[in-house]
Design a protein around this ligand. Structure first.
Ligand SMILES: NC(=O)c1ccc[n+]([C@@H]2O[C@H](COP(=O)([O-])OP(=O)(O)OC[C@H]3O[C@@H](n4cnc5c(N)ncnc54)[C@H](O)[C@@H]3O)[C@@H](O)[C@H]2O)c1
Length: 490
């Protein structure tokens, strides 16, 4: 079905964005809100942004010239009667959305499509009071709508193929990248995004590293634009805590996506992140100065390296980290699927003189060091030695998988599980998280980068040592890792 007139209900940030892109695409738009004031503000904002786009040469003069006439604003729902497709972007609550969908059905023509922009509610429940459920779908846009390319096109078991085809074709016409997803909690992006933030929260809860250290490792060693705690503070803990618990409950309390009590504690205290000045980090006046710079190496320390796998020894040697005569008596080890404690007991090493090094980020001259409880002197020796050789160093307490490999493995595992249960294809899962959350790599690409067998071994080690099913490997990952197949193999 060709869509010429788009209706938008709710003239807030999202609704105004949807109206804008439809106008940019040359379509007629009817924008509805209960508040005439909200409509006036949205109209001014939309036309102003279109004007600026035209000035920058990013919008055709003809499209701009007709935009004012093509945008109708109405406080009465009846004004949406001629729309071919209506996007709902009102408050995120089930009752008003259900009532609106039932009321819309009485207004629009029999073939009009009704789409919701909900992030966290079931599309089927929103359309539950509609007589023609085949026309109901989700069009989940990301904020800011004119900038973010991705749109999740959500189909319920009742959504007709024609509805999905028309909605998808419209998104392509409007310059978006649609991805087709089922009506499950978190759809693709918000579900896939659970691993990064909740595993960071588990690392924090275990006392492996503090908030600053985790954020720094994920930015500097892995290349995320924002660390997981910075990201949660930006989106707002009032948004991501309920989203986390809602998605976890929707997946029948799967421990792989469970959050922690610290997250809940901030939510309860109203420390929502940037918007309240305090969250995981402090902002504005509440912020404190960073740590003092560290003193330089006096040149007296040296190390011997004990590496159980020769390949990994060679990798460290690539970065100039060669074993040398021991004067300090410290042993540096590389680990996979074990914490330092377990490795020392297994190999008969002195835990007070053993330091594990994570090679993630060494090519960026960033190293993470980890020791068993009590090995502070050895840790300082290795840290000083590395810093003198130009490495930025983070130190963490004993953990299976340090911080970076652990978070990367959990991201990859959740991406594999999403492929296994049919949320989307491996390529769409990767694309969704790169476009929707600005990840430097998609989950399955992260798994490929780390190596499927290494991801699998790390998760098995985490599961065995922590005793938690949070770390159980996805069958998708297990089969491809054991068969030596690429993770994208379908
Ligand atoms: N903000 C985001 O980042 C984001 C991202 C994706 C999806 N969403 C979803 O989009 C929807 C809107 O979000 P927003 O941030 O634009 O909200 P907002 O609060 O900025 O705007 C909501 C608008 O809807 C109007 N409204 C409320 N009830 C109405 C009704 N019954 N009929 C007509 N208008 C009504 C309000 O007056 C307000 O202008 C929510 O469902 C939200 O979950 C938001």
């Amino acid at each position: 079905m060709a869509i010429r007139t788009v209706g938008v209900v709710g003239a807030g940030a999202m609704g105004a964005g949807v109206a804008q892109i439809a106008l940019q695409g040359g379509l007629d738009v009817v924008l509805n809100d209960l508040s005439a004031e909200a409509l006036a503000k949205a109209r001014e904002g939309i036309l102003g942004r279109l004007q600026r786009l035209a000035e920058k040469g990013q919008l055709d003069a003809e499209v701009l010239a007709t935009a004012d006439a093509r945008l109708t604003t109405v406080v009465e729902l009846a004004g949406l009667a001629n729309c071919d497709l209506v996007v709902e972007a009102i408050v995120e609550a089930i009752e008003p959305k259900q009532a609106l969908f039932a009321a819309l059905e009485a207004v629009v023509g029999p073939d009009a499509i009704l789409a919701t922009n909900t992030s966290s509610l079931s599309v089927a429940r929103i359309g539950a009071r509609c007589a023609r459920k085949g026309r109901v779908c989700g069009l989940h846009f990301f904020n800011p709508v004119p900038v973010m390319k991705l749109v999740e096109v959500v189909g319920t078991p009742d959504t007709s193929d024609g509805t999905l085809e028309s909605a998808t074709a419209l998104m392509v016409l409007l310059g978006k990248t649609p991805v087709s997803v089922p009506d499950w909690p978190g759809f693709l992006v918000n579900l896939g995004g659970r691993a990064y933030v909740t595993e960071a929260l588990h690392v924090l809860q275990e006392g492996v590293a503090d908030v600053e250290t985790v954020d720094r490792i994920m930015r500097e060693a892995v290349g995320f634009r924002m660390g997981p705690f910075e990201l949660m503070d930006l989106t707002g803990i009032d948004v991501n805590f309920p989203a986390s618990t809602g998605i976890w409950a929707g997946f029948q309390n799967d421990p792989r996506i469970a959050t922690t009590v610290r997250h809940q504690g901030l939510f309860n205290a109203g420390r929502f992140g940037r918007k309240t000045g305090q969250g995981f980090h402090a902002y504005g006046e509440a912020a404190v100065a960073g740590p003092e710079p560290r003193p330089a190496d006096d040149g007296t320390s040296s190390l011997d390296a004990f590496l159980p796998e020769s390949a990994r020894l060679e990798r460290l040697a690539d970065f100039g980290l060669r074993p040398s005569e021991s004067r300090s008596g410290v042993t540096v080890i590389s680990l996979l699927g074990e914490d330092v404690t377990t490795a020392c007991v297994r190999l008969g090493l002195d835990p007070q003189r053993t330091v594990a090094i994570d090679d993630t980020g060494l090519d960026r001259r960033f190293a993470t060091l980890m020791t068993a409880p009590g090995a502070n002197t050895a840790l300082e020796t290795v840290r000083t030695w590395l810093e003198a050789r130009g490495f930025a160093v983070a130190t963490v307490a004993d953990s299976v998988g340090f911080v970076a490999p652990r978070l990367v493995a959990m991201i990859a595992n959740l991406g594999c599980e999403m492929a296994q249960i049919g949320v989307a294809s491996p390529a769409d899962i990767d694309m969704g998280l790169k476009l929707g959350l600005n990840y430097p790599k998609g989950p399955l690409e992260f798994g490929t980068w780390m190596g499927p067998l290494r991801v699998f071994a790390l998760l098995e080690g985490l599961q065995a040592i922590t005793g938690s099913d949070r770390y159980r490997p996805s069958l998708w990952l297990r089969r491809r890792a054991l068969l030596g197949l690429p993770l994208h193999t379908v």
